[in-house]
Design a protein around this ligand. Structure first.
Ligand code: NAX
Length: 330
């Protein structure tokens, strides 16, 4: 029998937290044969709600779930964890400026970096979901220098999955047959969703999406803006932000990172830039990656045309701005 893996979910009393803990405890993140111990962190004011989530997990009688820790103490929450999903953060409220959002979250991620470095298992893998996700990941990296930068990532898989979904809808094919979309850049409206390398598995073999869509204007305009604006469209419809799709994407992200991406398939992950594709170093940027044996690597050698270049640079510029705002609060 496998030894249980300890998985931390912060912001576990929130919307995404509520959706993801059940997915993790049912094996959707680490596999159907991998027992887990869930560590759930939320703020003291949410302690009752968090305890309610703990009660429901017990009531769900989940065979893979070998223990639950529900706490508002960071040290206790990070103790010995192998995987950390950081969803807790200061929410964006109406009229709040980006600067204010960054400043509130810098404080939180600075403190969590300390807890991560002091208490987590040595090779802990970290996924930052809370916004501004790329910049929160950067703050975490800066204040947890003992943690290798490659162990810290941020979530752009939801945007990636949205891109696959839009292609599938457009071509009326199964989403499982579409692969190798790319999200470049920031998890924000400057992200560049790129389907120019994506393919669809058809009766005639693997076909480029570009050829099947045969509508460059759709790929450059409607597709890009629909994916960029999808989060806002869900809020408008649901009066609440995406949560089941975000939880599902976070499970996909960790599963592929730890168990590996299928041969010939890449996914999008926000990682610490090494300067690939002319992206500046020193920011967390979303790239196409493949994963093997628990390590991601950036897919190299893809052709970047002038259109893509402009979009990729614009998102990099925004990330550098966010970085300088965040550093102003450090
Ligand atoms: P909720 O407001 O429902 O939940 C957030 C929870 O975090 C709350 O229970 C809150 O008490 C808790 N929290 C706040 N500060 C904390 C701290 N210091 N330690 C522990 N817990 C803390 O938000 P939800 O809809 O679940 O979204 C969570 C975060 O995900 C937000 O920042 C949101 O912007 C971000 N998102 C990121 C996405 C991505 O693709 N990267 C997509 C979905 C989502 O919008």
């Amino acid at each position: 029998p496998k030894k249980p893996v300890k998985v931390l979910v912060t912001g576990a009393a929130g919307q995404i937290g509520y959706a993801i803990v059940a997915m993790i405890a049912r094996g959707l993140m680490l596999g159907a044969d991998q027992p887990v111990v869930l560590h759930m962190l939320d703020l003291p004011f949410a302690a009752d709600a968090l305890n309610g989530v703990r009660m429901e997990l017990i009531d769900a009688a989940l065979p893979l779930l070998r223990g639950v820790v529900a706490t508002s103490d960071e040290a206790k929450a990070f103790e010995g964890v192998n995987v950390a999903i950081l969803i807790g953060g200061w929410p964006r409220k109406d009229g709040m400026e980006r600067k204010d959002l960054i400043s509130k979250n810098v404080t939180i991620y600075k403190s969590q970096a300390t807890a991560l470095q002091q208490h987590a298992a040595p090779n802990c893998k970290v996924l930052v979901v809370a916004n501004p996700a790329n910049t929160n990941a950067l703050v975490l990296k800066e204040f947890a220098p003992a943690i290798p930068a490659k162990n810290i990532t941020c979530l752009t898989r939801l945007d990636h999955n949205r891109a696959l979904g839009q292609v599938a809808e457009k071509l009326n094919v199964h989403v499982g047959d579409v692969k190798n979309a790319i999200i470049w850049g920031n998890h924000s409206s400057t992200q560049f969703p790129d389907a120019s390398h994506a393919t669809v598995c058809t009766d005639r073999g693997e076909m480029p999406v570009r050829e099947l869509v045969a509508d460059e204007k759709w790929l450059r305009e409607e597709f890009v803006s629909t994916v960029q604006q999808r989060g806002a469209a869900v809020i408008k419809a649901r009066k609440q932000s995406s949560s089941l799709s975000a939880a599902s994407a976070a499970c996909d992200h960790i599963r592929d990172w730890i168990l590996g991406t299928p041969k010939g398939t890449w996914v999008s992950m926000g990682v610490y830039s090494d300067g690939s594709y002319g992206v500046p170093e020193g920011v967390f940027y979303s790239f196409p990656v493949t994963c093997e044996k628990g390590e991601w690597s950036i897919v190299q050698g893809l052709q970047i045309d002038g259109f893509a270049r402009t979009k990729m640079d614009a998102s990099a510029t925004e990330l550098k701005e966010e970085k300088s705002i965040a550093y102003g609060f450090l």
